[in-house]
Design a protein around this ligand. Structure first.
Ligand code: AMP
Length: 177
């Protein structure tokens, strides 16, 4: 993405103050997804980042990661795998619980979704503290794929979410707030 494209996409991300709780500046990407030009720019940029990496599966994190994840999988000719909240997936799952700011949360993936032959990109819309993605990364890693990449559409610089990952993990984000 060049500077102009970044500004174009950022200009159509809607900021919602105090959602879902006071003090949070919520970055609403639905306004960027509904903008045809912004959607094309984001799609092209994500595809360029991963087109030469031999990706076989894109794992999307429920729910906002399903949008970009499914787009990326389609563009790369890879498969799409949902990573979901507990009790949603119908077949046998493996799960991981993790600590959030308040309380804990759990994510699940089908046990047969990833194999050792896979090169995986895990995708979510936004990197905040990194807690959700770190749990997703550890869960997918435990399935022993060849390689795991991490993809976001955007990240919040102030929260230093990248710091929770081991330094060797390759993380991409199209733009930063
Ligand atoms: P975290 O685990 O703190 O990195 O939170 C990441 C998840 O929460 C992502 O799935 C985001 O969709 C969502 N999220 C957290 N903070 C924000 C924010 N300020 N604006 C939009 N989404 C957010």
């Amino acid at each position: 993405m060049n500077k102009q494209e970044i500004e174009r996409v950022k200009s159509v991300v809607r900021n919602i103050p105090d959602f879902p709780v006071p003090g949070i500046q919520f970055k609403d990407l639905t306004t960027a997804f509904k903008d045809p030009e912004a959607l094309q720019i984001m799609t092209r940029a994500m595809t360029e980042q991963y087109c030469d990496k031999g990706v076989t599966k894109v794992v999307g994190i429920e729910a906002r990661g399903f949008i970009g994840g499914a787009i990326l999988a389609t563009q790369l000719g890879a498969g799409f795998v949902p990573l979901r909240k507990p009790g949603k997936l119908p077949a046998e799952v493996i799960q991981k619980s993790y600590t959030k700011e308040y309380g804990t949360d759990t994510i699940e993936i089908h046990k047969d979704a990833i194999t050792p032959d896979d090169v995986v990109v895990i995708h979510d819309d936004l990197l905040a503290t990194g807690g959700t993605m770190l749990a997703a990364y550890e869960l997918v890693k435990s399935m022993n794929p060849k390689k795991v990449y991490i993809s976001f559409i955007c990240d919040l610089a102030d929260l230093n979410g990248r710091d929770v990952f081991p330094p060797e993990v390759e993380i991409t984000s199209l733009f930063t707030f």
